[in-house]
Design a protein around this ligand. Structure first.
Ligand code: UD1
Length: 433
């Protein structure tokens, strides 16, 4: 069993560069399936387990992928299947977004019901309803959803999403680009990753307007071609470094972090006492006085509010705040599994419904802890960096899903941590390549 061993208490200093956004590159790789002509070149692709799963999914459908450093060339002119391997889709919920492109291009998609992070029930009802509104039938059978377009293909529709689901917005957008007529998605997810997807689709010849607002309009076109696209920086990775640096930094420059994607986090870090300087190509952060935040009240919500994907890291930081903080999770149920692990390190937290009440303690102490999901893993690494003594973080496959070289990047900033591989992690490292 692999682990990250952290000697806490060493300050962070210098520059760290943020990789391309996981949550942008995943739907973009799925969208590359739409190109009947030409090839796509996707740049700034992070080396992550989730990206490998999506790349394998797209390859399994017949697309030809070539990696070259942080770029992937995708040739999807000849595809062979409309049914991605179930074992890949079950590994990662985001794989479900191949349904939209396959259905749009071939009139059929058969996709297993997805898996993903262990953070409460995450249905796909809005994906299905949205694709049905475009004229598709969806039959759920034996763990698969079988989508079929009507004779004559998908048609545009007006779709209101009950919640602004990121994945459902992507799936509908990607199906609508080849549908006849206009599609209007209301209460659409406004996340920057969806804007990046829309930009890529438009570069492929699609006509998508309004991405980044809550009304997206798609005018269907007949066919799409490959395009070159550089993925936006990962705001969650950037936020993870900003949070750690606000506590144990001595002036850290987070290069390639875009402040306009991180407004709620920056506001909260400033409220906590950190000093944030927005620079042209990144964000510089100086720590809160004495390395302890002033207490905060934080509530996660859909973009542009405070992201649920930074909730766990913020809870970790607030364990050593100078008073009582609250963190309320409104997007997912059951996303406080990191709390029990933080308690093992001396944190004083109790859960009241969807709120974590965190009484700040002067310091955490090192312990053996286990990541229960991707962002919980990052939170435990932050806690280990803050803690007195040695921390061992297990469950590395979660961290590998979404952080490109987290240990290397913190080491570069002066932290003392080391990754010790177990057999499972070695297998995973080989597959990420
Ligand atoms: C995406 C992100 C994930 C992030 C989440 C919320 C990717 C690959 N993942 O996940 O990192 O934590 O957005 O910002 O981009 N819901 C339904 N029915 C549906 C779909 C969603 O009820 O059909 C609910 C979910 O249970 C959840 C909420 O809507 O409570 C938001 O989920 P959604 O935005 O779809 O998240 P994902 O796209 O899975």
């Amino acid at each position: 069993m692999g682990k990250i061993v952290i000697e806490g208490g060493y300050p962070l200093e210098g520059t760290v560069r943020v990789s391309g956004a996981k949550n942008a590159v995943l739907p973009i790789l799925a969208a590359s399936l739409l190109a009947e002509e030409g090839v796509s070149q996707i740049e700034e692709v992070p080396r992550l387990l989730d990206v490998r799963v999506m790349a394998d999914t797209v390859s399994a459908l017949g697309a030809k992928l070539e990696w070259n450093g942080s770029s992937i060339r995708v040739d999807a002119r000849r595809l062979l299947s409309v049914c991605p391997p179930a074992e890949l889709v079950r590994k990662m919920r985001a794989s479900f977004v191949v349904a939209g492109p396959l259905l749009a291009r071939f009139g059929e998609a058969m996709v297993a019901l997805p898996g993903g992070c262990n953070i409460g029930p995450r249905p796909v009802d809005l994906h299905i309803k949205g694709l049905e509104a475009l004229g598709a039938t969806a039959v759920v059978e034996n763990g698969y959803v079988h989508f079929r377009a009507p004779r004559g293909g998908l048609h545009g529709a007006r779709i209101y999403l009950d919640v602004p689901s990121v994945g459902a917005t992507q799936n509908i957008m990607m199906a609508a680009v080849l549908a006849k007529g206009q599609t209007i998605i209301e209460n659409a997810a406004k996340e920057p990753e969806n804007v990046d997807l829309a930009n890529y689709l438009n570069a492929m010849g699609a006509r998508v307007r309004g991405a980044g607002t809550d009304v997206i309009r798609v005018e269907g076109v007949d066919r799409l071609h490959g395009a070159t696209h550089a993925v936006i920086p990962d705001r969650i990775e950037a936020g993870t470094f900003l949070i750690a640096s606000a506590l144990i930094g001595r002036g850290v420059y987070v290069e390639n972090a875009l402040s306009h994607h991180l407004m709620p986090l920056i506001a909260k870090l400033e409220e906590a006492g950190a000093v944030i300087e927005d620079r042209v190509e990144g964000i510089k952060v100086w720590p809160c006085q004495g390395g302890r935040m002033r207490p905060l009240d934080v509530k996660t919500h859909y973009y542009p509010s405070f992201p649920t994907d930074l909730q766990a890291q913020m809870v970790a930081a607030l364990t050593v705040a100078q008073g009582t903080s609250t963190v309320t999770e409104t997007v997912f149920e059951n996303r406080f599994m990191h709390v029990a692990e933080l308690q093992r390190m001396g944190a004083n937290i109790h859960i009241e419904g969807r709120t974590a009440v965190i009484e700040g303690v002067p310091r955490l102490t090192g312990a053996r802890v286990t990541a229960t999901d991707l962002r919980a893993g990052a939170a435990l690494v932050i806690a280990g960096l803050l803690a007195e003594g040695q921390t061992e973080v297990y469950g590395l496959h979660h961290i590998d899903r979404g952080y490109d070289n987290l240990v290397g990047k913190f080491t570069q900033l002066g932290a003392r941590l080391e990754r010790i591989e177990g057999d499972a992690e070695l297998q995973i490292a080989k597959s990420v390549g």
